[in-house]
Design a protein around this ligand. Structure first.
Ligand code: DX5
Ligand code: ZN
Length: 218
């Protein structure tokens, strides 16, 4: 069975001084997956946040809400436990960030989470032939920053990735998703669409959530 389409608001673009209320706004509008971007200053230049921020969100106790952790971190297998213990539902590691992707996936599952593997725009899709993932994340911008433009070649890569995955696997896209690109990504086979600045950068994030969801055919 293919997964239903969903939008995952990325808190990277939220107002960190009002993080709880911003997340509640998009949850009230219908969001059930919150995307949490972790950057280590090595795999990608910026630093973002650690597991304490995830714990604080989980402690809000928002019903039915899952936390999707995107580790843009070198040797991510070393910190999987911290994010699993903080309450992640899914943890995604980058194929480029460790020689031990299979081990990282094992660690994630052993800690009770679903396991995702991400690829940067220039990374070939071969890794998905070598291991089974619960979620494949196709970056549609270069990782590290919000607010970049959707890479135009992405839909054809998403289609090729969809063809490699079993029906039940989640295909996530991340970067530059807004009302003009959400439909392209969804039509190519994406089931989980991350949106950061188009959502939390909007004057009314709840309305922006509904507009992007409609554009994606959610
Ligand atoms: C980029 C992050 C994204 C980011 C997306 O490295 O992985 O999740 O928040 O931001 P937008 O939607 O602004 O491109
Ligand atoms: Zn992300």
């Amino acid at each position: 069975m293919p997964k239903p389409r969903r939008i995952a608001p990325s808190i990277l673009a939220a107002d960190f001084a009002r993080l709880g209320s911003q997340v509640s706004e998009v949850v009230d509008a219908g969001a059930r997956v919150i995307h949490v971007d972790i950057m280590d200053g090595h795999f990608v230049p910026p630093l973002s946040m650690g597991p304490q921020v995830l714990s604080a969100l989980v402690e809000l106790g928002l019903p039915g809400v899952e936390y999707d952790v995107h580790l843009m971190v070198e040797r991510p297998e070393r910190i999987v436990a911290d994010f699993a213990n903080a309450g992640a539902s899914n943890i995604t590691v980058h194929a480029e960030a460790t020689p031990h992707v299979n081990y990282a996936v094992q660690q994630i599952r052993e800690h009770g989470c679903t396991a995702g593997v991400a690829v940067c725009p220039s990374t070939p899709l071969d890794v998905y032939r070598e291991l089974e993932v619960d979620l494949a994340l196709c970056m549609t911008v270069n990782p590290g920053w919000g607010g970049q433009r959707f890479i135009a070649a992405s839909p054809s890569k998403i289609e090729r990735l969809r063809a490699l995955l079993p029906d039940g696997a989640e295909l996530e896209v991340d970067g530059g998703i807004d009302t003009s690109t959400a439909g392209l990504a969804a039509d190519a086979g994406a089931t989980l669409l991350v949106a950061g600045s188009a959502l939390f950068g909007a004057p009314d994030p709840g309305q922006a959530y509904r507009d992007i969801a409609a554009a994606a055919g959610v």
